[in-house]
Design a binder for this molecule. Structure first.
Ligand SMILES: C[S@@+](CC[C@H](N)C(=O)[O-])C[C@H]1O[C@@H](n2cnc3c(N)ncnc32)[C@H](O)[C@@H]1O
Length: 272
């Protein structure tokens, strides 16, 4: 088998961490996501994934499961709605959650999209877009579906500067007022710990946007609907998680609060 070469920018290369996390999860005795596609992708990419070690691999799986839960909830309410994955990497949320009627857009930078296109195809309801979250030229294509819209951005805005994050949010809010958006935030404790994090020791990219409290983003016009940590997943979600996460995360949150509580997954209404 000819394996695909990886030619990615520093931040773009970070997509390989959650991909490997999902692949390892799929092979685990008790998988959380059970995403077999990720195992196939890892096998087809010529890259030393074994350099990624440590708790962030499992963390990326818990994170994806929690974002999946919000997307599922949105699709339960709006089965023909539109989900826009900002900074999709090689995440295949659309194949995990598709209900047969929703529209899906996967946006990422051109080099990431070139890699993604080697494994995924567009379909009648699934569209890949090469572009930046900082651009607005893709809005028209998305808006053509009629909505309602759910924007999900997982481990992407963390790599931007605060002014850039604000631009992204204000532009999307202006283009899609009153719709919904979810993304993660990292506080100072998490950001200051990156050089000690095993996966970041293997890569040059670093996260830059520090947000200690997602309530602060309400000053930008967002309305915070929900904010969770790995210790407080959506009700019932952790029922199929291995005990070390289901019970371990709440224990860790009590023993070493900054480690768990600094990273938050958030759900917002865009001003409308
Ligand atoms: C840590 S990866 C996360 C990938 C995916 N969300 C996941 O969880 O598997 C970060 C992703 O952000 C993308 N990214 C970084 N800056 C971006 C930008 N300005 N616009 C769109 N995507 C961006 C990278 O290409 C990469 O795919």
């Amino acid at each position: 088998m000819n394996r695909e070469d990886v030619q990615l920018g520093d931040v773009q290369e970070t997509l390989l961490i959650p991909l490997y996390g999902r692949a390892r999860d799929a092979k685990a005795r008790k998988p959380i996501l059970g995403d077999a596609t990720s195992v196939e992708l890892v096998a087809q990419i010529d890259y030393d994934f074994t350099k990624f070690t440590g708790p962030s691999l499992a963390g990326s799986v818990l994170r994806t499961a929690m974002f999946d839960a919000w997307v599922r909830e949105f699709l339960d309410q709006h089965p023909a709605g539109t989900v826009i994955e900002l900074g999709a990497g090689l995440n295949n949320r659309s194949s995990r959650l598709d209900n047969g009627t929703a529209h899906w857009f996967d946006l990422d930078l051109p080099d990431t999209m070139a890699l993604r296109r080697k494994f995924f195809d567009d379909s009648e309801r699934t569209t890949m877009i090469a572009g930046s979250v900082l651009d607005t030229d893709w809005f028209e294509q998305v808006a053509a579906t009629g909505g309602p819209y759910f924007f999900v951005s997982e481990a992407v805005l963390l790599y931007l500067g605060e002014a850039e994050v604000r631009t992204v949010i204000e532009q999307i809010a202006a283009g899609f007022p009153g719709h919904r958006m979810s993304f993660d935030t990292g506080g100072r404790a998490m950001m200051n710990n990156q050089d000690r994090n095993a996966v970041f020791k293997a890569l040059p990219a670093r996260m830059t946007w520090i947000c200690d409290d997602p309530h602060d983003l309400e000053a930008w016009g967002l309305r915070l609907l929900d904010s969770r940590t790995f210790a407080t997943p959506q009700p019932g979600l952790a029922d199929n998680w291995p005990w070390r996460y289901k019970y371990g995360m709440p224990i860790m949150a009590r023993l070493v609060p900054p480690v768990i509580k600094s990273y938050k997954l958030n759900l917002f209404d865009l001003p409308g």
